[in-house]
Design a protein around this ligand. Structure first.
Ligand code: GRF
Length: 199
């Protein structure tokens, strides 16, 4: 059984889709939701799904043990960032080599890096009059939005799109692709099966 921890800071719509996706999977289980915001919607999602939660705070995360003991205690094999706004400390990256993945709501390397999250990304895409945007699912290293890309999918941006309508298009892509890419990557880690080919 492969156990996943989802790290999230916000509404948790991605976390909800991932939980739903693995609900009946005999080999892969969402075993823990890690969150840095006591009021985040993702905590309600976890409670409804009966999944344990771990509320973390900055001091211990960045200058302490990075909660490695708690992750071990839950038998976590894989970490999925789904709207988690803090950088991942080196201790955590080292403890889970090639086993932390993130989703970014744009086509990295464009529109990535510190401060580029949520609506700020979509505002920048509209501002730059991009004809396309999309999602990037990538491995996580010590730098923001920097690790090797696993999967990207594009969507058109029309001149009358607003940051809000772009966000809707991107969220649809996230919900469609993230759960199955996670499954493919976790399986690939276990049985070496091929990664999903890019579109
Ligand atoms: C998503 O846009 C994701 O790409 C980004 O953070 C957002 C999380 O949204 N990393 P939600 O909390 O899953 O609804």
């Amino acid at each position: 059984m492969k156990k996943i921890a989802i790290f999230a800071s916000g509404a948790g719509s991605n976390a909800a889709k991932i939980i739903e996706h693995f609900q009946y999977n005999p080999e892969i289980k969402v075993s823990l939701i890690v969150c840095n915001k006591p009021t985040a919607g993702v905590l309600d999602i976890a409670a409804r799904a009966g999944i344990p939660t771990l509320l973390i705070e900055k001091e211990n995360f960045f200058r302490g043990s990075a909660y490695l003991e708690e992750l071990e205690a839950h038998g976590i094999d894989f970490v999925v960032l789904a709207g988690f706004l803090w950088k991942i400390p080196a201790a955590l990256v080292k403890a889970y080599p090639g086993r932390i993945i993130n989703i970014h709501p744009a086509l990295l390397p464009k529109f990535g890096g510190k401060g580029m999250y949520g609506r700020f990304v979509h505002e920048a895409v509209v501002e730059a009059k991009e004809t396309h945007t999309g999602i990037t699912i990538h491995y996580v290293d010590e730098f923001y939005d920097h690790g090797r890309t696993i999967f990207q999918e594009k969507v058109e941006v029309s001149p009358d799109d607003t940051p809000a309508t772009v966000a809707q298009k991107v969220h649809r892509l996230e919900h469609e692709h993230f759960p199955r890419i996670i499954e493919a990557v976790v399986n690939q880690q276990t049985d070496g099966s091929a990664l999903p080919n890019q579109r």
